[in-house]
Structures are given as C-alpha cells and as structure tokens.
Design a protein around this ligand. Structure first.
Ligand code: AMP
Ligand code: MG
Length: 405
C-alpha cells in the first residue's frame, strides 16, 4: 500500500494536459499559456520621459542655469524638430524625448522665471528618461509556455497587441455517485435515504479550480448499473467516483473498472481518512475512486485529485505548500501509524499560523469540515499532538486570505 506522497507521485506521473484552445486574453486569465510569446517590438517603443518636467541636454546644466523653453511635448505628441542646444522643452510623462535631449528635470525641481526656467546644478545625464527597449527587446520571449496568466501577464500580452493566445483546455471531469441509499437533493426523502451531497461538493471543488464538472448522477449498487454509468463517465477527460470502493458486498466500482480494462495503479493508500482511495487508468483516462463518506471524499479530492487536475490544466505548481502552524488545542490521532488528515480552523496572529481542532474528526461529521480552514497532516511516525506543538497544514480551497478585516 503506497504512502500518501508515493500515491500522489503515482497520480501525477500518469496525468497530462488534454488539449489547447485559443481564447481572448481576458477569457484566458487564470489559464496556463500553451505557447511561447515573443515581443514583436521593443518596449518602450520609443525613448520617452518618465516625469512631467523639462527635456534638455545635461551638459547645459553642469552649473545652475536658466534656459529658454522652446516647445511643449504632451503624451502622444512630439516636438517635431530636434532640441536646440542651450534650450529646454516642457515634456509630459510618456511623451517621446526630442532628438538632442538626453535628460528630464522634473517640474518639482525647477524655478520658473521671466527669462525661462532655472535648473539646479548637478543634473544627472539620462535622469528620468525611459530608454527604448529598456523593458523588453524585440524578439525576446516575454511569457513562456506553462506560465499562469495573471493580470500582470495579461497586461504584458496587451502591450504587444496580442489579444488572442493559446492556452491549455481545462479537463472535463465526470462525477459519479454510487449507492442504493442515495437520492438527489430536492427528491423525495424517505427515512432510509441519504442525499447525494458528494456530487455537488466535488462539482464545486472542480469548478473552483477552473475545470469543467459533468454530473452523471447516481449509479445504483449493481454491476450493470455501475458499468453503464462508468462507461458514460469514461467519455470525459477524467472520471471521479464516490463510494462503492470499500470492502462491502455491494461495492462494485473497482471490479467494474477492471472488467472494462482499466489498469489499477493503487487500490488503497496509507492515510486516514481515505484508505480505500483507488486510482486507475482506462487508456489515457485517469479514474479516481474516492470513498463515500463525505469528509473522506473531500479530503481525498483535495490531496490526490486536485493536484492531478491542476497538472491536467497545464499548471506546474500543483502541490500546496506545507505551512507550519502552532496548535492551540490538542489533536487526537484517529489511527496510529498512518498519516492522518485532521480538520483545523486557523487564525493568523503576528504573522504566525495557529491551528485549532475544528471538532469531531469522524468522517461522517460534515460540520467540522465546514468549520475547517485547513487540514493538519499528522505524520505516520508521531502520535502525540499537544497544544503548543508545531504541525504542518494545507490550507483548504482558495482560502488564503486569513487576516480578518
Ligand atoms: P460506501 O463507501 O459506499 O460504503 O459509503 C460510505 C458512506 O458514505 C455511507 O454512509 C454512505 O451513505 C455515504 N455516502 C456515499 N455516497 C454518498 C454521497 N454521494 N453523498 C453523501 N453521502 C454518501
Ligand atoms: Mg455504498
């Protein structure tokens, strides 16, 4: 049975991107670039002023000097001629430097007089001038394949008039719940029925990542019904099932997958919760079979499926950092000798993460998942976790802004 990190490595070694599409750069934000983008021109395109001030030759201001002002250059304008020696031109931020001028003196540093403008001594040659190509040179690769497109990258692409880009297509992820006891939310709820919450939980998590969930509904606990739904799910880029994967008499997911020719890469992981988690490949299609208890489903999705989906979306950074947190309460390990994920709520005080048990850690308890901001990873080789001890945590979902307003 693989340890957690081994299982995660197996998963990550067997998934890859699923395709490329072309999108406008605004639609592409949050996606991963699937091409190298090179600069078609220098940036800035022309040498220009970095300040509102006066363009002049620095050599004319070696000493304090009053120079006549010949011309005004607004942003988008030009002097139309070269600057005469011994004169200055008023220039606005972003306006092109006139030929002959090498320096800008900011308006704050000068005194306007009747004879012109008085410039202080010691003007530094080249000051407050942005040189053509100082940011990016034509032909340079400005954003490389595999880069996450954030607002900064969108701005860079826009600066080069690149309004369409190739990005990796997010995978379509089929979600299949299994269980005779399940009804969909909103359906008639008899005493002995349980609402299928896992499908919508998984769909929400998949949407939050930016991938595309497809809801297959519920497979009843028969091989025929499971087979039919699994076959439908295998048309997607990824299939995620919940429940029916333990040792129960009516747990058919694994056997159906094998019968359909899937290769099982692991059928248990040495973790709690989530021990029955199974990962298989049907051709190129990854299949995650997650245990049915809602907390187990969420934890195993978060720790094993999420990194894989991110990789399939083209991301390179797919594993959440382990953050050190100090315990405010004791944590009691549920099973000794295995890696245990426990739900904790987090506070940030003086820049330090503090973790508090979010309550009952039974996998049937949903409330403590709702109250959790993070999962604490209690390692195999330690069993005692007291208030004041340090533990490592993974923050849950996109919840990284931890300081209250
Ligand atoms: P199983 O893995 O089939 O033994 O299911 C484990 C537990 O999870 C049982 O109590 C199920 O009723 C519950 N469960 C299974 N599937 C779902 C689901 N889709 N939504 C909510 N609870 C579920
Ligand atoms: Mg079941």
């Amino acid at each position: 049975m693989p340890l957690f990190e081994e299982a995660r490595a197996i998963v990550l070694n067997h998934v890859s991107t699923v395709g490329i599409e072309r999108l406008s750069i605004l639609e592409a934000v949050g996606r991963i670039l699937a091409e190298d983008v090179t600069a078609p021109w220098d940036l800035p395109r022309v040498t220009n002023s970095a300040m509102d001030g006066y363009a002049l030759r620095a050599m004319d201001c070696a000493q304090q000097a009053t120079l006549p002002i010949e011309g005004f250059i607004p942003a988008g304008g030009s002097l139309g001629t070269s600057l005469k020696p011994g004169t200055a031109a008023k220039i606005m931020t972003g306006a092109p430097m006139p030929e002959g001028a090498d320096t800008v003196v900011p308006v704050e540093d000068v005194t306007e007089t009747e004879d012109g403008v008085c410039f202080p001594a010691g003007v530094k040659a080249g000051a407050h001038v942005r040189l053509r190509g100082e940011d990016v040179q034509a032909g340079e690769c400005v954003i490389s394949r595999g880069t996450l497109l954030r607002p900064a990258e969108i701005g860079m692409l826009a600066s080069f008039g690149k309004i369409f880009v190739s990005v990796y297509r997010p995978p379509r992820v089929a979600i299949l719940a299994t269980g005779d006891e399940l009804v969909e939310p909103g359906e008639c709820l008899a005493e002995d029925r349980i609402i299928n919450s896992n499908t919508l939980t998984l769909a929400a998590a998949i949407k939050e990542l930016g991938a595309q969930p497809t809801l297959l509904g519920i497979a009843r606990d028969t091989p025929e019904c499971t087979r039919e739904k699994v076959l439908e799910g295998l048309k997607a880029d990824v299939l995620i099932t919940s429940a029916g994967v333990s040792a129960g008499d009516r747990d058919f997911v694994r056997s159906v997958l094998e019968e359909l020719g899937a290769e099982t890469l692991f059928c248990r992981v040495d973790i709690k919760p989530g021990r029955p988690t199974t990962f298989a490949l049907h051709g190129q299609t990854p299949v995650f079979c997650l245990p049915g208890n809602p907390v187990s489903t969420m934890v195993t999705f978060e720790e094993l499926a999420r990194p894989a989906l991110l990789k399939m979306m083209g991301h390179h950074r797919v594993i959440k950092p382990l953050i050190e947190a100090t315990l405010l309460t004791d944590l009691t390990k549920k099973r000794l000798g295995v890696l245990n994920f426990q739900r904790v709520s987090i506070e940030v005080r003086d820049g330090r993460y503090l973790a508090r048990c979010s309550g009952d850690q039974n996998t049937g308890i949903l409330k403590t998942m709702v109250q959790a901001d993070a999962l604490a990873l209690l390692p195999e080789d330690l069993d005692s976790f007291k208030a004041g001890d340090k533990v490592y945590i993974h923050l849950l979902g996109g919840n990284v802004d931890m300081i209250p307003c």
